[in-house]
Design a protein. Structure first.
Length: 279
């Protein structure tokens, strides 16, 4: 079985492995001619797309860039996969929803994004659905797994030079360990002989919390005394609005992932060099 991995250097992509995992320099998602040629020659069984424009605030200013990578390029990729008989595994986000439902969102809930990033990701989903039949769209939320790119690394780095931090307490979501997400995708889709129905799936670690709760747990597990102040979303000036409730409910897969705080403990136990507060 041949699997093409796109975006191997990203937060999520680094937890997948494949013989066929060209770097961005070797294969640019937005070079459609090269992308089509690569897929037509390889004819992979699966294509795992971990690429994406993820700078939520920057997208409000550089919307064209977000739509090019998150939507237009994804639509092209889907059409190339369909043409060559490949199954596409594409990752999307909780930001396709407006965040008004405190009970969270199932896979068939009607999306209504409130920022450019969410709109670009939703357009990407629609283009996958329009251009092919055999696909898995995996929505996830609040991903962590690389301290240079995630919330965990950010707050720990800030704590090295500050005695207190202001953390948003009115946004609720499910922190998700990229390693757990990748393992679930491999188990439920790639390594199964009996493929589940194609379509949209929600995969996150179990449980939900606010960013304040998340930060509190990070410092608790690290044994650090940092004063945290609860603030509202309105107190932090950002170009992009954020959903208030970002809980993604899994109604399709048999098992949920382990609780987010257990996953966080496993992640922190790695003690990577960037976590200098551990030294």
């Amino acid at each position: 079985m041949k699997t093409l991995l796109l975006g191997k250097s990203g937060l999520l992509g680094s937890y997948f492995s494949s013989r066929y995992s060209p770097s961005r320099e070797e294969l640019d998602m937005c070079n459609y001619e090269a992308l089509e040629e690569y897929i037509s020659k390889l004819k992979p069984d699966f294509v795992i797309n971990c690429t994406g424009y993820t700078a939520v605030d920057d997208a409000e200013i550089s919307g064209a860039d977000a739509f090019k990578l998150n939507a237009e390029a994804v639509g092209k990729l889907a059409s190339f996969c369909e043409k060559n008989g490949s199954i596409l595994i594409h990752f999307s986000t909780d930001y396709v929803f407006d965040g008004e439902d405190e009970n969270g969102y199932t896979e068939d809930a009607v999306p209504s994004p409130i920022n450019i990033y969410g709109k670009s990701k939703l357009d990407g989903e629609k283009l996958v659905e329009d251009n092919m039949d055999r696909y898995y769209i995996i929505r996830t939320s609040w991903m962590f797994g690389n301290p240079e790119k995630d919330f965990v690394g950010t707050v720990l780095k800030l704590a090295e030079t500050r005695d207190e931090l202001n953390i948003v307490a009115d946004q609720i979501g499910s922190p998700t360990f990229a390693k757990d997400l990748a393992a679930a995708v491999k188990k439920n889709f790639i390594k199964r002989s009996d493929l589940p129905p194609f379509g949209i799936y929600h995969i996150t670690n179990s449980g939900a919390c606010s960013w304040y709760d998340f930060a509190s747990e990070i410092f608790k597990q690290c044994g650090l005394e940092i004063k945290l102040n609860k603030v509202s979303s309105n107190a932090i000036s950002r170009p992009a609005m954020r959903p208030k409730y970002s809980i993604l409910r899994n109604t399709k897969l048999e098992k949920n992932l382990r609780p987010w705080d257990k996953a966080l403990k496993k992640y922190l136990s790695r003690k990577l060099p960037v976590f200098s507060v551990f030294n």
